[in-house]
Design a protein around this ligand. Structure first.
Ligand code: NDP
Length: 384
């Protein structure tokens, strides 16, 4: 049976992994919408290859380039935030939400309002607007499948079990490229060093987030919304091999873990085929070759991001949205050479110390909090 699919953020790392899976079973999928921010040529090439109905760039200034690249084909071209939301609401059976940052929130919400299945990789949307998004999923009868490898692992380990039976949930973290670095070394870490993740090949923002451990902090808040067992039952453990993707401990003392290669095609395939399974050509796990799996407590002195995320979740209201926005601005500043590596978390910490905006109750209010936090974090960046 053919199913329709739209991919928001098709030109990114998650987009590429998703399209790779679709390429291996072309007959099974009818591609409706593919989107990007401004990678017009790459987007057009993908839209032509996959016979998409529509390709949309969010940045309207890139629309002429997209139009030109699609001229003479049957693929429609769109541009701008409104067109992006319309593409997200194209009524696909499955929408893969893989835009990076809070920019993905409005399109995710547009997809949720169609009531289909959303494979959610865009963790920042859930961090900034968790309650609002989860309520919308219920209201519109949508199905939200966690695509982030840790949350997909937890989802698989829960497999229909009652959350009341869960004693704890443990998110694993690779620890990133700087796991063993001293504070002095961290202060001098360069962009190139931060972008070299030991296990995963990902977009720039999430790779830096992995190096600061803010990725795990954002994932903690993500898990708190997806699996509401309470913050005190959510743990983080450093596991440098990235083989165990997360674990669920039940009240009888049984712990279920999900293992797999460090390849995002595995959790994406689990979402695309859910509740069934599909073939992938991912490298199988070879445990004897791996030999040892190790686990450590996170060091929140050198990597304060997970502590900040827990603090933001405990504070609730606008705090998670402020944290995520501040982090986006700080990571962009680091990537542009404006900020030292250790200043990324320092800016987020300073933002949480300021008076926070009122708790947002609608998506528009979340976007307003996000805009204000970006402006304030931008000012901090100027003086850093
Ligand atoms: P990438 O940076 O590789 O790709 C981001 C995608 O979003 C691109 O298609 C980009 O388009 C598009 N985009 C960027 N900014 C905007 C914007 N303002 N408006 C509309 N579209 C935009 O990111 P990843 O694929 O690595 O990550 C995507 C999301 O998935 C993130 O939230 C990340 O945390 C999450 N995730 C990623 C994992 C991974 O392995 N990569 C693992 C787990 C979660 P363009 O090419 O034009 O810039």
């Amino acid at each position: 049976m053919t199913r329709s699919i739209s991919i928001l953020g098709a030109t990114g790392s998650i987009g590429a992994s998703t399209l790779d899976l679709i390429r291996s079973d072309r007959e099974a999928w009818d591609v409706k919408a593919l989107t990007a921010n401004c990678s017009a040529k790459e987007l057009a090439a993908l839209a032509i290859e996959f016979g998409a109905e529509i390709a949309v760039v969010c940045d309207e200034t890139c629309l002429p380039e997209l139009r030109e690249a699609l001229s003479g084909t049957s693929v429609k071209a769109g541009g701008g935030a409104q067109a992006l939301c319309e593409a997200a609401a194209s009524g696909a059976d499955v929408t893969v939400a893989a835009i990076v940052g809070c920019a993905g929130l409005a399109p995710v919400m547009a997809a949720v309002e169609q009531g289909g299945t959303i494979a959610l990789a865009n963790k920042e949307a859930l961090v900034s607007a968790g309650d609002i998004l989860i309520q919308a999923v219920k209201r519109y009868g949508a199905t939200l499948l966690p695509t982030d490898s840790e949350h997909n692992a937890i989802f698989q380990c829960l497999a229909g079990n009652d959350l009341a039976n869960v004693r704890s949930i443990t998110l694993t973290a690779s620890g990133g490229p700087f796991r063993e670095w001293s504070h002095e070394q961290l202060a001098r870490a360069t962009r190139e060093q931060a972008l070299k993740h030991p296990n995963w090949d990902m977009g720039a923002k999430i790779t830096v987030d992995s190096a600061t451990m803010m990725n795990k902090g954002l994932e903690l808040i993500e898990a708190w919304h997806l699996f509401p067992v309470g913050l005190d039952r959510l743990r983080i453990v450093v596991h440098p091999q990235s083989v165990v993707h997360s674990m669920v401990e039940y009240r009888d003392g049984s712990t279920l873990a999900q293992l797999g290669p460090s390849d995002m095609r595995v959790p994406i395939a689990s979402c695309l085929a859910w509740p069934d399974r599909m073939d992938t050509n991912c490298e199988p796990l070879d445990l004897p070759r791996l030999g040892t799996l190790s686990f450590f407590e996170p060091d929140e002195e050198r990597f304060p991001a997970t502590r900040l995320a827990r603090q933001a979740a405990e504070a609730g209201g606008s705090a998670p949205a402020v944290l995520s926005a501040a982090n986006e601005v700080a990571v962009a500043g680091f990537l542009e050479g404006q900020l030292a590596f250790t200043e990324i978390s320092a800016i987020s910490a300073r933002m949480l110390e300021q008076e926070l905006p009122l708790a947002p109750t609608t998506m528009e209010e979340v976007l307003a909090v996000d805009a204000e936090a970006r402006q304030r974090a931008g000012e901090m960046l100027e003086t850093a």
